[in-house]
Design a protein around this ligand. Structure first.
Ligand SMILES: [Zn+2]
Length: 126
């Protein structure tokens, strides 16, 4: 994190062992993982994900077979939130409409806010 509480570096890795792996490989991996610094520190030092894999798995004939881009993405939409609202009980929806106030719903995954006015709530209720 930066002083401004923004994310500077984030990373991690998962090593999945194949069936019938030899104990000596497991012990070697455990030893190596106990020796390396944190992923954040390695990224801070300019290491790429490939460098990190090489550092941990290099002596086991590491071969990179595929690269897949990652990104932060949420496929929420007003339509999806409407469908979620439609699952409220008839009574709850009636209460929301009767309040006569617009409501705000925040997506729990991406924090995007969606507003629904009384007319929209009536449509969902119908
Ligand atoms: Zn979202």
């Amino acid at each position: 994190m930066n002083k401004e509480n923004t994310v500077r570096q984030a990373g991690g890795f998962i090593i999945q062992l194949m069936p019938d792996i030899e104990d000596e490989v497991i012990e070697g991996l455990e030893k190596k993982i106990s020796e390396i610094s944190s992923v954040t520190a390695m990224l801070e030092h300019g290491m790429t994900p490939e460098d990190i894999l090489e550092e941990i798995l290099g002596k086991y004939e590491l071969e990179i077979t595929e690269r897949i881009p990652v990104g932060f993405h949420c496929d929420c939409s007003k339509e999806r939130i409407s469908r979620a609202l439609a699952t409220l009980s008839r009574q709850d929806l009636e209460n929301l409409v009767a309040d006569g106030e617009p409501i705000e719903i925040k997506c729990h995954f991406c924090n995007k806010t969606y507003k629904f006015d009384t007319e929209e709530l009536k449509e969902i209720q119908a």
